[in-house]
Ligand binder design. Structure first.
Ligand SMILES: [Zn+2]
Length: 135
């Protein structure tokens, strides 16, 4: 199991800088300590932790032709509840695990990170989303 942290930023530029800097630090071949300190400063100055979400990482390996599912109390995931090899595995369907973040984002529909990373790779310094162009 993993965790997803949702952080909102009071400043759009700070949010984008946080994403770019984290991406660059993780992609770097050498340690980037000053940038890592800046990252913490950006989060502390502009970030608000909105949610801490459990993310499944293990999925059910069983075929689902005759399976039943049960909703877990703590996380609200539908897990395989049919006994296989003597006991239920209590793991979500593989597609739930594989598409967890996309399924989360469908509800809000506004993941700006792919556009930001594309802009960064193309060398642009402007925001990926201009609010004046929104429909
Ligand atoms: Zn299973």
């Amino acid at each position: 199991m993993a965790r997803v942290v949702v952080i909102s930023f009071t400043d759009d530029a700070a949010a984008e800088q946080f994403c770019i800097q984290l991406h660059n630090i993780q992609e770097a071949e050498e340690p980037m300590l000053p940038e890592a300190y800046d990252l913490g400063a950006i989060a502390a100055a502009h970030g608000i932790v909105e949610a801490l979400i459990a993310k499944p990482t293990l999925s059910c390996p069983h075929p689902f032709r005759n399976g039943t599912f049960k909703k877990t109390e703590v996380f609200g995931w539908y897990v395989h509840a049919t006994k296989a090899n003597g006991r239920p595995c209590f793991r979500p369907h593989p597609l739930v695990v594989q598409n967890f973040i996309n399924n989360m984002l469908i509800a809000s529909g506004n993941n700006l990170l792919p556009a930001l990373l594309d802009k960064m790779r193309n060398g642009s310094t402007t925001s990926p989303v201009d609010p004046s162009n929104e429909d």
